[in-house]
Design a binder for this molecule. Structure first.
Ligand code: RTP
Ligand code: MG
Length: 141
């Protein structure tokens, strides 16, 4: 176990495809087995404004409209996950963005994903992103 002073926080989403396919328990199990902790956990359906703010870096890209439609299409799980190097540790668990070309077997996307958009999970990609996203999803924390 690492000292609390080394704990890092990351924003994790189990996207609507993961909830719809019944993979919430499987994904949370992998997070916990890795040794990461759940600090916040909530099922919610998000509006367009939240989805747009979350993925602001992708505004203007070809996939942006369908990404917004997908993320708002049904309930998702939002979580704050913490632990030593939580940001890269969860990105490792998730695997690369494309579930076939980039994510390796053994990762969440590599094991359960097929189509890039429907890649099951989101994890913050840097400390700056994590701070911004945690403030967006859990403003009271
Ligand atoms: P995320 O932000 O969701 O954790 O995923 P990521 O960092 O691995 O990938 P990113 O480049 O940030 O893309 C955000 C999400 O947009 C969807 N996407 N679709 N070509 C496509 O159809 C395409 N490219 C990206 C995926 O859901 C991706 O995770
Ligand atoms: Mg990203």
């Amino acid at each position: 176990m690492s000292a609390d002073s080394q704990a890092e926080r990351t924003l994790v989403l189990i996207k609507p495809d993961g909830v719809q396919r019944g993979l919430v328990g499987e994904i949370l199990r992998r997070i916990e087995r890795k040794g990461l902790r759940l600090a916040r956990l909530e099922l919610r359906t998000v509006d367009d404004a939240t989805a747009r703010a979350h993925y602001a870096e992708h505004e203007g890209k070809g996939f942006f409209p369908s990404l917004l439609e997908f993320i708002t299409s049904g309930p998702l799980v939002a979580a704050v996950v913490e632990g030593d190097r939580a940001i890269p540790a969860f990105r490792q668990l998730a695997g690369g963005t494309d579930p076939v070309d980039k994510a390796t077997p053994g990762s969440i996307r590599g094991d359960f994903g097929l189509i890039t958009q429907f890649n099951l999970v989101h994890g913050s990609d840097s400390p700056e992103s994590a701070a911004r996203e945690i403030a967006l999803w859990f403003p009271e924390s």
